[in-house]
Design a protein around this ligand. Structure first.
Ligand SMILES: Cc1ncc(C[n+]2csc(CCOP(=O)(O)OP(=O)(O)O)c2C)c(N)n1
Ligand SMILES: [Mg+2]
Length: 617
């Protein structure tokens, strides 16, 4: 059999292949790759760079400022697209490539698809060692890119041009697989990028990908139905999998029909509208009192699309019911069986529908649902109090959240955040009405994700009002994609809360008995305290900026700049010490067993007491 072939470089084959991968969104066929972020250097400019130029009308290339930033933007694009679409990122070798490793881990933890195409050293080894080559004394096959291996769902190094055929096929399979989904790294040796090969034309045939919905196994389904039928006090934990499965309607129908209250993880928040009577809000360490009192009493927890990380489970001290049963409804068996759960390996939407059908008209005793509703009413009073404006000299994060909500909270808003004190406050207090209206990267909680994440979100959802809330610490770590957002005309609004340091870590330090040390700028070793003019800094990158002096000024600024086409940064000074007392739960942070500090010894006593309520499973 003679196959029709086309002679291309390996990099040209990659580029052409990417343009042929499609998916269907709302009935329209669209490219599954939303674009390529690229920072060129030796190792990708000649090979991949030439190839991307050749296809730039079919697949746009975006020039970013920092590899970690662009990778975070690409990952945010996938998250905001509910994993239906994703992006590729290409870098030079060495430092350019390694700048993406943190992002690879971020995507790995959060189960988000992204295709990394770092350049690699010469496969033929003739010019070795090339600039930026890491030389292993004992292993000739090692390059810097081996760092991607533990944080990639699929890693491959391309040392011959024809290897790209199976590698790209496998890459697409991983990127589109709901269970194995995560970062793929194809490490492209620079000489091989430029090498020509006669590729089969069929390799470039258009392929339309759809999302697989896994049906449950009959025995697992029967066990899950039996557990829920017997439950007196069931609770549903809605994780990110609910959003990725677009299962919000099925979840609402399930909760209403069977009277089961829903609590939300950081990744799962916005699964149900905040106003839904059975949405109890956030759960766990940053949970509402409404959610946590139900979780404490629950005899059956139906965990839907959740990794059950420590913030969700209160480090496994949250659930107090002796006979607790966890039903793990998850596409990934690894997650479904956690903590001796009854696994129900299935797509979230399909799983909810099948359990519901099995339950028929079974409904939990109304006393349990009424308790939930009463708890929510109580919580909403506490939340209103926390977000209301006072005449304190410095506002709290909660008050800033209240202002952003009042000024710009709508069905079109997407709130983006990742690290610092804000995720906890937002988890408790932000009121999201639309699925995906809350975009929190809290699997890895990576400082510096916020601004870049806002950019990626805007690229995925150009019609949304993307609002980034970020602390001064996170902003200082990575802010340069503000310039990219200006270049791309991708308007985001950044609310920067300046409390002059790492407020949340300072509070954690105090809570564990530590001295105030090296977190707030005032507590650092310094010759001069930095007085950072954040508005001037962001303005220098082209953003519109405002520095506001109060909550009411913030609200006005947010309203006035809503219609602006340009990325806007609004800076407000905040109190580093105040957080919302209501709600919340203990979190396991190991306190030193011996110390010369009396405060540490006291904290250790409290810690040991708390450990006693931890379930070990
Ligand atoms: C890349 C990275 N480095 C360190 C941390 C640990 N960390 C978590 S929050 C935080 C401080 C965040 O400061 P800021 O953004 O100002 O928020 P604040 O705590 O003041 O609300 C630190 C250092 C992290 N999550 N990510
Ligand atoms: Mg801060």
């Amino acid at each position: 059999m003679s196959q029709k072939t086309v002679r291309l470089t390996m990099a040209q084959a990659v580029a052409r292949f990417l343009t042929r991968q499609m998916t269907v969104i709302d009935g329209n066929k669209v490219p599954i790759f939303g674009g390529v972020f690229a920072i060129f250097g030796h190792g990708n400019v000649a090979g991949v760079g030439e190839a991307l130029h050749g296809i730039k009308d079919a697949l746009p290339t975006y020039r970013a400022q920092n590899e970690q930033g662009m990778a975070n933007a690409a990952i945010a694009f996938a998250k905001a697209s509910f994993r239906r679409r994703f992006m590729a990122c290409t870098t030079s070798i060495g430092p350019g490539a390694l700048n993406m490793v943190t992002s690879a881990a971020l995507a790995h933890v959060n189960r988000l698809p992204v295709l990394f195409l770092p350049g690699d050293v010469f496969a033929n080894r003739r010019p070795d060692p090339v600039l930026q080559q890491v030389e292993g004394f004992a292993d000739g096959t090692i390059s810097a890119n081996d760092c991607f291996r533990p944080v990639s769902r699929y890693f491959d190094r391309i040392t011959r041009p024809e290897q790209i055929i199976p590698a790209l096929r496998r890459a697409m399979q991983v990127l589109t697989d709901p269970a194995d989904c995560g970062p793929v790294t194809l490490s492209l040796c620079q000489d091989v990028q430029a090498e020509a090969y006669d590729y089969p034309e069929a390799f470039f045939d258009e392929k339309v990908w759809s999302s697989r919905r896994i049906e449950p196994d009959a025995d697992e389904l029967a066990a899950a139905i039996a557990a829920l039928k017997a439950a007196k006090s069931p609770v549903i934990i809605a994780g990110g999998g609910v959003l990725y499965s677009e299962a919000s309607k099925a979840l609402a129908a399930f909760a209403e029909k069977h009277g089961v209250p829903v609590v939300e993880t950081q990744a799962g928040k916005s699964s149900l509208p905040h106003s839904h009577p059975l949405n109890m809000g956030s759960v766990g360490v940053t949970g509402t009192s409404a959610s946590n009192q139900l979780a404490e009493a629950a005899d059956v927890v139906l965990a839907v699309g959740s990794r059950l990380q420590d913030f969700t489970t209160g480090s496994w001290a949250l659930f107090k019911n002796e006979g607790l049963k966890i039903v793990g409804l998850n596409v990934q068996p690894f997650d479904a069986a956690k903590h001796e759960g009854l696994p129900l390996v299935a797509d979230a939407r399909v799983g909810l529908e099948r359990i519901s059908a099995g339950l028929g008209n079974h409904k939990v005793d109304t006393a349990w649902t009424d308790k939930a509703k009463a708890g929510k009413t109580e919580w909403l009073k506490a939340a209103d109090k926390a977000t209301a404006t006072t005449n304190a000299a410095l506002p709290s994060d909660a008050q800033v959240i209240g202002a952003v909500q009042r000024a710009r909270g709508s069905a079109d808003t997407v709130l983006v955040c990742a690290a610092g004190g804000l995720p906890g406050e937002l988890h408790k207090l932000w009121q999201a009405e639309t699925p995906g209206g809350y975009h929190m990267e809290y699997g890895f909680s990576t400082m510096g994700y916020e601004v870049a994440g806002g950019l990626g979100t805007k690229l995925a959802r150009p019609d949304s009002d993307v609002i980034v809330m970020v602390g001064d610490g996170s902003y200082m770590m990575l802010n340069s994609e503000i310039a990219s957002s200006i270049m791309l005309g991708a308007k985001i609004t950044i609310v920067l809360l300046d409390n002059a340091g790492y407020g949340c870590i300072n509070r954690l330090q105090m809570a564990t008995g530590g001295a105030n040390f090296n977190n707030l700028l005032a507590d650092t070793h310094h010759v001069e305290l930095p007085q950072i003019d954040f508005a001037a800094h962001a303005g220098a990158m082209g953003a519109l900026t405002r520095k506001v002096g109060s909550i009411s000024e913030l609200e006005s600024a947010l309203k006035e700049t809503a219609g602006e086409a340009r990325t806007t940064v609004i800076v407000i000074d905040t109190d580093p010490l105040v957080t919302t007392d209501a709600g919340g739960h203990w979190w396991d942070v190991a306190v030193p067993e011996v110390s010369e500090r009396a405060e540490v010894n006291a904290a250790r006593k409290g810690y040991e007491k708390a450990l006693a309520s931890q379930r070990f499973g």
